[in-house]
Structure formats: C-alpha cells, structure tokens
Design a protein around this ligand. Structure first.
Ligand code: KG4
Ligand code: ZN
Length: 323
C-alpha cells in the first residue's frame, strides 16, 4: 500500500463512555494525550449515562485546552479534527460530536469520524508503527470482547465475540458483588496479587468456535458468595484477596483458551491485546507466555493507551489520512 505524504496535525476527541479525552498528533507523533476521568460513577457501581453526558459537557473545553497547551500546537495549526462516532453511550458521544464538528466548522477544516473499536486496535500502532500484518487482536474492554483478524491498517474482520457480557463488565460486576468501587477491574487486579487462583471452583466455558460467554461465570460467583455468606457473614472480607485472584484467573483463562484456539486455527504468527482490560497484569503475562509458546510477535499497549484515550483516535485518523 502506498502511503500519502503526511502534513497533518490532528486534534482528537474521545467521549464514548465516562472518560473525556483529547490528544494532539503531529506528523504521526503523539504530542499530548489528556484524559479527565469521571469520579461521579464510583458511588453507583456503574456508569450513569445522564451524569456522564453532563460531566463531558463540563470537561471537554478544559481537556482540549490542556492538550493544546501541552502539545505547544496553536489552534490555527490544526489541519483535522477526529472524534469517536461510536459505539458508545448516545448522550456522551453527542457531546464529543457536537464539539468536534463545531470546532471543525469554525476553523474550516475537515473532521474525521472514528469507530471506537478500530481506535482501540489502532492504539497498538503508537508504539509499533510497522506492525506485522495480519495479526490477531484480543480486544477486551468494558463494552466488547472480540477476536479481530487485522489484515491491514484499515481492514479487519471480527472472528469471535462475546455472546453476553464483555469481560470488563464481568470484572466490574464481580467487583460490585465484592463491594468494590466502579470500575472494579483495576481493584480486582490489585487485590488479586499474591492470592490463591484456585480458592474455589468456577465453571470453564468452552464454546465450539472463537466466541466467549461470561454470564454463567457471573452467576456461579454470585451463588458461591451467597452460599458462603450464609455460613460465614464475613466470608468476603476475610477472603477478599483469594476471591479476587480466583475470579480474575477464571476470566483470563476463558479469554486465553479461545484466543489460543484462534491462533492455532488461523496459523497467525503475530498477536496483540487492546482495550481497557489489556491493562490487566495477569492477562499481559498470559499473552507473553502464549507468544513464546506459539512463536508469535506480541504487541501490548502501554498502560496509558489501554483504557479509553484520544491518542488512539488520533492515530486511527492519521492512518485514514495517509493510507
Ligand atoms: O476500554 P475501556 O476504557 O472502556 C470501554 O471501551 O469499555 O475499558 C474499561 C474496562 C472496565 O471494565 C475496567 O474495569 C477494565 O476496562 N479495566 C481492567 C483493568 N483496567 C481497566 N480490568 C481488569 N484489570 C485491569 N487492570
Ligand atoms: Zn473503549
């Protein structure tokens, strides 16, 4: 594929869920990547869409302003505005969309609409400008769990996905049952360190293709906790580390089983993870081991590019411009 000459300076905006983010990319390099996390949802155990939209409205101007200041790029140097079109929460997306389109119209420059999942995959190119194609990407976030065969910067196919909950959602719902704040994934990850990964039994899901299912596991955790709490009301408090370690291990093993099957059947020698759950330390280790076992190249994003951010939106737009 011949690439066009790049003269772009992109301002990117991401507002698909509960993080308001802005980034600046100049000539293929990320110069600023700012995120305003919304703490308001912690107390509710999940994202409240109306509160998320309101917080985006409050955060968007300061976040864009900060990204521009940090990048030392002036508003008149920007050649394109990229923003997340979807999928995501309607009201949240609308804040980013309106802001980005209004700014592009005012500056009389084009805007580029970006698919959120494509952006999570593109996050890998920030550190790997010349990835080995095709590669298999395990995309794991709060809303999606997919195995994607990435053929080129702009071409990919989904070969497997969750039939019910996303794995991030399973982390968060498990955390909620344990009384941990939202988002629960990072709390489970931290508490699981050094815990017993086989403290109690959880079922293994084994679907015939490359799909995933987490709802049965979630029910099994709920039943286990209810039963144990009847015997000992302090069961969770006294065993939190081991429960987190077992829950996390079970979720990761379910991901790895299907991903390994896909690697074998597609005979692909380049693998990657992306999305919020790719920040999970047990998953990162498991992917490294899988790469060694199957002699594959591995791509794992830096922590700042795992959870929602605008740098991934910017790099995605950049590849649309040059390819
Ligand atoms: O990609 P992301 O920021 O937003 C969506 O597109 O959904 O992913 C958020 C998800 C949440 O479910 C959060 O609990 C999970 O990523 N997450 C983690 C970790 N860090 C974030 N899950 C497990 N371990 C982590 N370290
Ligand atoms: Zn995301």
């Amino acid at each position: 594929m011949t690439q066009k000459k790049d003269t772009s300076t992109i301002l990117a905006i991401e507002s698909s869920c509960d993080d308001t983010a802005a980034a600046v990319l100049k000539h293929g390099k990320i110069l600023a990547n700012e995120v305003a996390n919304q703490k308001i949802h912690e107390q509710y155990g999940g994202v409240i869409p109306e509160l998320a939209s309101r917080a985006h409205t409050q955060n968007i101007v300061p976040v864009v302003d900060l990204a521009l200041k940090k990048s030392k790029v002036t508003i008149n140097e920007i050649t394109h505005i990229a923003y997340t079109l979807g999928p995501g929460l309607k009201g949240s997306l609308m804040v980013g969309t309106h802001f980005a389109q209004a700014m592009a119209n005012t500056l009389n420059i084009p805007f580029i609409e970006i698919n959120h999942l494509q952006a999570h995959v593109a996050a890998l190119y920030i550190q790997n400008p010349k990835p080995v194609f095709p590669f298999l990407c395990l995309l794991v976030s709060g809303g999606h769990t997919q195995i994607i065969k990435v053929n080129d910067y702009l071409s990919f196919e989904i070969i497997g996905e969750t039939l019910d909950d996303a794995v991030g959602e399973a982390f968060d719902k498990g955390a909620k049952m344990l009384g941990l704040p939202y988002p629960g994934g990072p709390h489970i990850n931290q508490l699981a360190q050094g815990g017993n990964t086989h403290f109690f039994e959880l079922p293994k899901t084994n679907l015939p293709d490359f799909n995933f299912s987490f709802s049965g596991l979630k029910t099994a955790l709920l039943y286990h906790l209810n039963k144990q709490k009847e015997i000992n009301p302090n069961y969770i408090k006294e065993n939190l580390k081991n429960i987190c370690a077992t829950w996390q291990h079970s979720l990761i093993q379910n991901l790895i089983r299907q991903f390994e099957k896909a690697i074998k059947q597609h005979q692909i020698k380049s693998i990657a993870i992306s999305g919020g759950v790719s920040a999970n330390t047990e998953l990162r280790k498991a992917i490294e081991q899988l790469g060694i076992k199957h002699n594959c190249e591995i791509m794992i994003p830096n922590f700042e590019y795992c959870t929602d951010n605008a740098a991934m939106v910017a790099i995605s737009a950049y590849h649309q411009i040059i390819n």
